[in-house]
Design a protein. Structure first.
Length: 239
């Protein structure tokens, strides 16, 4: 079982992340810290096994970035995934220089969270109990894929090129429009569940931007719009 420490001063966000961790097989939350001193105390406790830290940046009186040198200096084999609303270049670049393995910008959806944990687990497997590496294995460690691997934008299992083409054609015909899963599903006459799978995948490969809106009932509604820089790529899927 992989032990995850959650460091976030927002109790609701910390609880949501804990629930997300519980949904990924093989992972469990071993603790939460709402302040950096508390996190440092938990990281210095040799009795507490920690494999992965989910770290926020904006915390009361402190920056989560200040925890990164502490983790590196500890000498423990602990990796970090940033989970934060901080999207400025300095914060992202500083995090990468300290070797964070992934960076999730709030708000995000569970599939992206799950992808981050599973990708880190695969990398961890490659780094465990292996005295020597082949070049293809080093490539996987460094880049996440092997040179022989096919395009990472290939369709996931269960999605079809024909339905994707229909969805992309509708998006192409409504440039600049923001839409929900329900609106698009009704427009192209496919089920909401099926439509959402395509939208999640298009968001994962950065063709669509996702935003969350809360209605009067408090239920979140995900809305999507085309990332302008990806218009040419969208056209490829529309043809």
């Amino acid at each position: 079982m992989i032990n995850v420490l959650i460091v976030d001063d927002d109790a609701m966000v910390a609880e949501l992340n804990r629930m997300y961790v519980a949904r990924v097989p093989g992972f469990r939350c071993c603790g939460t810290a709402s302040t950096l001193p508390q996190a440092k105390e938990m990281l210095s406790d040799p009795a507490l096994e920690i494999d992965l830290v989910l770290l926020d940046v904006y915390m009361q009186q402190h920056s989560g970035l200040d925890l990164l040198p502490t983790i590196r200096a500890s000498g423990r084999a602990i990796d970090v995934i940033m989970i934060t609303s901080a999207a400025d270049a300095t914060t992202v670049q500083t995090s990468l220089r300290y070797g964070v393995v992934d960076y999730l910008i709030k708000p995000f959806q569970f599939p992206r969270f799950e992808e981050a944990l599973n990708a880190w687990r695969e990398k961890r497997k490659l780094m465990t109990n292996q005295p020597y590496y082949e070049q293809v294995e080093v490539d996987r460690l460094m880049h996440g894929v092997s040179p022989e691997s096919t395009d990472d934008r290939r369709l996931p299992k269960g999605l079809t090129a024909q339905t994707l083409r229909t969805i992309c054609q509708w998006i192409d015909n409504h440039p600049g429009s923001e839409f929900s899963t329900d609106e698009l599903a009704a427009a192209v006459t496919i089920s909401r569940v099926s439509c959402r799978k395509y939208l999640i995948w298009l968001a994962q490969i950065n063709i669509l931007y996702t935003s969350i809106h809360y209605g009067a009932t408090g239920r979140p509604v995900y809305r999507y719009r085309l990332v302008a820089e990806q218009y040419n790529l969208l056209k490829q899927y529309s043809q």
